[in-house]
Design a protein around this ligand. Structure first.
Ligand SMILES: Nc1ncnc2c1ncn2[C@@H]1O[C@H](COP(=O)(O)OP(=O)(O)OP(=O)(O)O)[C@@H](O)[C@H]1O
Length: 235
């Protein structure tokens, strides 16, 4: 059984059904990317998996347990963290306080955890007493990721890790996600607009379109598929 198994998930907002029965699997230690056009339902799927919105039908199983519609904070306690695309740090808290909030389940940030953050993102050590709102979008993204890792999750959901980054830093962010997976054994499920770069570091990928699964396969396989390239990767 996969670490995460989302099956036939139907969900949406108000009366609007956005997901019409979506399936996503993530194995332990896997990096999986969801791509697809704007409005395809990629972020909505992440929210349904993490319990921020209800599944109208379908199931979400995590580490062998049914977590369908479990509240997001309870999902976090079971080892799944979510980094949204926006508003993902506490703006008026310092970098260090943000990391402490990330570790709330464990009460305290360990020195080893902090050291790991500083090593991964040295800029955060330099700015540790600075308020998060004074950091650039990309630096806030690094902080949000680091806060999510404070509880040593088994699965990290990341909505657009490259959002707000200067183009020359995008590849670097994906490389760091691979390093995070390699060093911490955390599986990663991400949604990305930078589809080619994201798929190139992913074990597997899914293409969602209009709330339905269109393609799935190994990252390389999707990159080499003429259909995927033509329809979703800009030729
Ligand atoms: N909070 C909300 N309330 C109502 N409708 C929403 C809400 N969030 C998203 N939607 C709608 O759901 C649909 C899917 O949005 P979603 O953000 O999941 O797409 P996406 O594939 O992540 O798109 P993008 O690549 O543009 O971020 C869109 O039509 C959007 O307008």
């Amino acid at each position: 059984m996969a670490l995460l198994e989302a099956r036939d998930v139907v969900s949406g907002y108000g009366d609007a059904e956005i997901l019409h029965g979506v399936d996503i699997d993530v194995e332990e230690r896997e990096i999986v990317t969801i791509i697809g056009p704007n409005g395809a339902g990629k972020s909505t799927m992440m929210k349904a998996v993490y319990g921020l919105i209800d599944c109208w039908s379908g199931t979400v199983t995590f580490a062998g347990e049914d977590i369908t519609d479990l509240r997001a904070d309870r999902v976090t306690e079971r080892g799944m963290c979510y980094v949204p695309q926006r508003e993902n740090v506490f703006p008026t808290l310092t970098v260090r306080e943000n990391l402490e909030m990330g570790a709330y389940i464990e009460d305290q940030v360990s020195a080893a955890d902090l050291e790991a953050v500083w090593e991964r993102f040295p800029i955060l050590e330099e700015r540790q007493t600075q308020k998060a709102q004074t950091m650039s979008g990309g630096q806030q993204q690094m902080l949000a990721l680091s806060s999510a890792l404070m509880i040593d999750p088994d699965l990290l959901l990341v909505d657009e890790p490259s959002a707000g980054l200067a183009p020359d830093l995008v590849g670097d962010m994906f490389d760091r996600l691979v390093t995070i997976r390699d060093e911490t054994d955390t599986a990663i499920l991400m949604v990305e607009q930078n589809a080619r770069k994201a798929l190139s570091v992913s074990d597997r990928g899914y293409v969602l379109d209009m709330g339905e699964n269109r393609f799935e396969g190994a990252g390389e396989e999707l990159l080499e598929s003429d259909d995927v390239a033509e329809l979703y990767l800009g030729g």
